[in-house]
Design a protein around this ligand. Structure first.
Ligand SMILES: O=C[C@H](O)COP(=O)(O)O
Length: 251
């Protein structure tokens, strides 16, 4: 049985005061939660704050990006080892905003995924199709291509210590959620693709859904057999919403 995992992706939001207020509301509300993993991924400058506010709680934390390089003359970049200094558990790689706004290729995303694992953290690998790709019927080909880049570089065994997040790009921040059936179909495709290479790893692989998840739709989405929680953007910035989404994942 896979435990569900809900991760808040704060994106480029927050400040010291807002983060504290948000976490002060979330932490006690989640204190008794069982059978669900919860985490928040903040901008780099706030990782130290997360480390100090969350270290004795049942909420993990992580980053939203990193460099594929381990060190060197890469002005403005942040390495995996630097994230380890702040006890990050997770690092999101290949978010569609990184792929589209910062031109991250499938190969760069795969290199970042490897960097996260080599440092002992868990990558949350985002995959998903654009609206025009869905409308042209190539959703599975797009997701397969994104997964193949990682499988080629890191091998299927690497998915034993990774999370996959299916995020249809047309559902991100738009209020348009994929229907539970649409999401389930892609999640099942992802699991069967991995199962074709290693059935045991596929069975244990946590596959999150992301794209306009909120308290009002989380229960239905998380009731699907291959949806193992969510990667939450906007709703993770509102304490009651995020707590309700985590509660929905408890079952
Ligand atoms: O990483 C989170 C996703 O981009 C979803 O964002 P959203 O919940 O605001 O649609």
């Amino acid at each position: 049985m896979r435990e569900k995992l809900v991760v808040g992706n704060w994106k480029m939001h927050g400040n010291l005061a807002q983060n504290k207020a948000l976490l002060d509301a979330i932490v006690p509300a989640m204190a008794g939660f069982k059978n669900v993993g919860c985490a928040v991924c903040a901008p780099f400058p706030y990782l130290s704050q997360l480390q100090s506010l969350l270290q004795s709680t049942n909420i993990s934390w992580g980053a939203q990006n990193l460099s594929e390089h381990s060190k060197g003359a890469f002005t403005g970049e942040v390495s995996a080892e630097m994230l380890v200094d702040f006890s990050c558990t997770y690092v999101i790689v290949g978010h569609s905003e990184r792929r589209s706004l910062y031109a991250e290729s499938d190969q760069t995303v795969a290199a970042k995924y490897v960097a996260v694992q080599q440092a002992g953290m868990t990558p949350i690998l985002c995959v998903g199709e654009l609206l025009e790709e869905r409308e042209s019927g190539v959703t599975e080909q797009v997701v397969a291509r994104q997964l193949d880049a990682v499988i080629e570089l890191a091998g299927v065994a690497s998915f034993a210590k990774a999370v996959v997040a299916y995020e249809p790009v047309w559902a991100i921040g738009t209020g348009k959620t994929a229907s539970p059936e649409q999401a389930q179909a892609v999640h099942a495709f992802i699991r069967s693709k991995i199962a074709g290479l290693d059935a045991d790893i596929a069975k244990k692989l946590v596959i999150q859904y992301g794209g306009s998840v909120k308290a009002s739709n989380a229960v239905e989405l998380f009731s699907m057999s291959d949806i193992d929680g969510g990667l939450i953007g906007g709703a993770s910035l509102i304490a009651e919403e995020f707590v309700a989404v985590c509660k929905a994942a408890q079952g």
